[in-house]
Design a protein around this ligand. Structure first.
Ligand code: NG1
Ligand code: ZN
Length: 551
């Protein structure tokens, strides 16, 4: 590009950025899942993320995605996530650039932009393409317009997908950059790919009654509900959805959605649940899902990410055996995984289990190390990754005319399961269809699934300290290295209880220290969590009142 046109481009950025001014002094971090805060602070961030996505696109010579959403946060918040060429989350290096660009004061924006261009040696004459999507928040329309403005001010091309779920946008980006190999980059293409795979799988489940096909879905009053309505006709009544919290009256994520159900351990409001009925909840941008039901005694049963990982990995392992395929399967969890799930997977299922730091990008990376990597956070965000070699072996076996019927059936099921899974990122719609298909094929009720193992009672608490960075952890966040004495204190508290475990870590999304405890009874889990909270409060600079006991 000639110097003159490059200068003209920067002039355009400079002019346009004045329409999206940064409030002086405001600093934000690209956190665990992008920028996230009250929507009123985000206009400049969105414009600048449009700029950064354009640079990333020029650098990678691929289409990049920008999703405007704050997931499970309250409706007043918003946020933005960047999507890399294969549909995965943007790399750590570029997360750093995102923070750098977001926090540049108005008069140094161009300087920071040029700094990134220089460091990454970006050819500014390269074309750029950015896909943009948004959730249903009232603020999302103007914020996504700010992203589009950012891209066009640097001369990038945009495709505005409008209202889509986060995983749908990840899927589009992957489809585009793989030139259609992953599917066609349209919302309709997504529905077609997933529903076809789902219908193929459920053909293997005989005599399902309407009751078995019925599923109650809590859409968190968000984008997931809207997209399920669109997708429903593609499923040809093989799944009979009863949608509630569909956004027609209630507020996004308010007393509903996956995060509410997981943290409160109770059913969402706005849903009429009969005894034993199978229910699930999406979060606000439909990248997380949890299942649940209520028993005849009125007891609430949650089937979280750990139960989902167990169901799916058990099913896949069985198919691999039947297909006679020697592929290594592993489950990736975090320290928040219930101890019972880890024990069941390792001791009974003989599946390799690996533990990573909190945050899906860590799980995603770890899962890429195996032929088949099943990863889920306890909160219901997760998916399954199949290595290229594993997919090739499966596809070749499907075509092999020498295989017997049992092997053929198993390998065809594996092939359809791969097509049903959104491998780019955790996807509530895709995960839901996989779970429904597995339950149907294995003839299992939600109660049978729940009975695979019993969760250890657990409790999660938060402690406010003056600086949460004083806590440093190791061993996938399961042990605290600093402050001195904290880990010793936790160790001696844990010894007082049966089947107990506890750890603490600074949150990556809130200004708190999280405390997790599990033990043989709920009362013991609660006491242990409280005692560990007190240790954090005393040894890590607690502020405000001392943590209070539950009982
Ligand atoms: P932090 O705040 O770092 O614990 C939370 C969740 C993560 C992840 C991120 C991003 C828990 C205990 N933590 O992280 O699993 O989903 O938010 O949304 O659920
Ligand atoms: Zn989400």
């Amino acid at each position: 590009m000639c110097l003159f046109s490059e200068m003209a481009q920067f002039e355009e950025v400079s002019q346009k950025s004045k329409l999206h001014p940064k409030p002086e002094g405001l600093t934000l971090q690209y956190g665990t899942a992008g920028f996230r805060t009250h929507a009123k602070h985000l206009d400049h961030i969105m414009f600048r993320m449009g700029l950064l996505a354009t640079l990333r696109s020029k650098k990678t010579k691929s289409t990049i995605g920008v999703m405007v959403t704050a997931s499970h946060n309250p409706e007043e918040d918003n946020g933005v996530k960047l999507i890399d060429p294969m549909g995965e989350m943007v790399t750590a290096m570029w997360e750093g650039y995102a923070t750098q660009l977001a926090n540049a004061e108005q008069d140094s924006l161009l300087k920071e932009l040029k700094d990134i261009i220089e460091k990454e040696d970006i050819d500014m004459s390269q074309t750029a393409s950015v896909y943009v999507g948004k959730d249903t928040r009232p603020s999302s329309a103007s914020l996504s317009q700010a992203v589009l403005d950012g891209v066009s001010s640097l001369g990038g091309k945009t495709h505005d997908y409008g209202l889509v779920t986060t995983p749908q946008l990840h899927y589009m980006v992957c489809c585009c950059n793989t030139h259609g190999c992953y599917g066609s980059p349209t919302v309709e293409g997504y529905y077609q790919k997933l529903s076809q795979a789902f219908l193929q799988l459920t053909q293997n489940a005989s005599n399902r009654t309407d009751d078995q096909k019925r599923l109650l879905v809590d859409g968190a009053n968000g984008i997931g509900a809207l997209k399920m309505r669109e997708m429903e006709p593609f499923l040809r009544s093989e799944l009979q959805l009863v949608l509630s919290n569909d956004g027609s009256s209630g507020k996004l994520n308010h007393m509903c959605g996956a995060d509410y159900v997981k943290v409160q351990q109770k059913a969402p409001q706005g849903m009429n649940i009969a005894v034993g009925e199978r229910c699930c909840s999406f979060d606000g941008d439909a990248d997380r899902i949890v299942y649940y039901y209520t028993d005849s005694k009125g007891c609430f049963h949650l089937l979280d990410g750990d139960k989902i990982a167990t169901l799916i990995s058990t099913y896949l392992k069985e198919l691999l055996t039947q297909a006679g395929l020697n592929l290594q399967i592993a489950v990736v969890q975090t320290a928040y995984a219930n101890g019972s799930s880890t024990r069941y997977l390792e001791d009974v299922m003989k599946v390799a289990v690996c533990c990573t730091k909190t945050g899906v990008k860590h799980l995603h990376h770890a899962a890429q190390e195996y032929d088949i990597g099943v990863y889920f956070e306890a909160n219901g965000h997760g998916t399954v990754l199949f290595s290229k070699a594993a997919q090739k072996q499966i596809q070749e076996l499907v075509k092999d005319s020498d295989t017997n019927d049992e092997r053929k059936r198993a390998v065809k099921l594996l092939e359809s399961t791969i097509n049903l899974i959104n491998q780019t990122v955790g996807d509530a719609i895709s995960d839901m269809l996989v779970i429904e298909a597995v339950l149907a094929i294995r003839g299992m009720s939600v109660q049978d699934w729940d009975a695979i193992y019993t969760d250890l009672p657990n409790r999660q608490l938060k402690v406010t300290v003056s600086d949460r960075r004083v806590i440093d952890t190791t061993d996938a966040e399961r042990r605290a290295v600093t402050p001195e004495g904290l880990q010793d204190a936790i160790d001696s508290l844990v010894k007082k209880y049966k089947s107990a475990r506890s750890f603490v870590r600074p949150s990556g999304t809130e200004d708190v220290v999280r405390v997790y405890a599990e033990a043989d009874t709920q009362e013991n889990a609660d006491s242990l969590a409280h005692e560990v909270s007190l240790a954090v409060y005393r040894l890590a600079g607690g502020v405000g009142d001392e943590p209070k006991s539950f009982h």
